[in-house]
Design a protein around this ligand. Sequence first.
Ligand SMILES: [Zn+2]
Length: 133
Amino acid sequence: MMNITEKVAYLKGLVEGLKLDEKDDTVKVINAIIDVLDDMALTVADLDDEVELIGAQLDEVDDDLASLEDDFYEDWEDEDYGEEMFEVVCPACGETVYFEDSALDDDYVVCPACGEKLEFDFELDDDDEAKDE
Ligand SMILES: [Zn+2]
């Protein structure tokens, strides 16, 4: 199958083969049209190359992104992903750590960064414990 550049070249050859009178007004119009077609074919061919290049680059970006996502989600794979996570700054080590909402059902969670037990004291009457010192 001919591409657009080859088709225009073929058309050009056909018209040249007719040995038309180049001074004839109709022939001038035909030649002008072929000139435009020629320009367009070259532009389209350039665009084709460009799109192919961008497509290849996009594939690379896509691959990179996929491997980043794999790395990022690897840690959560075995967890019940989809459950709401909440964020806590560990008072022992200062790390920001993440727990599932269901962890709140326990009395404490263990900080994955330092291994410290973190207790959730949501009850206000726990306050006097801290003021005891
Ligand atoms: Zn910690």
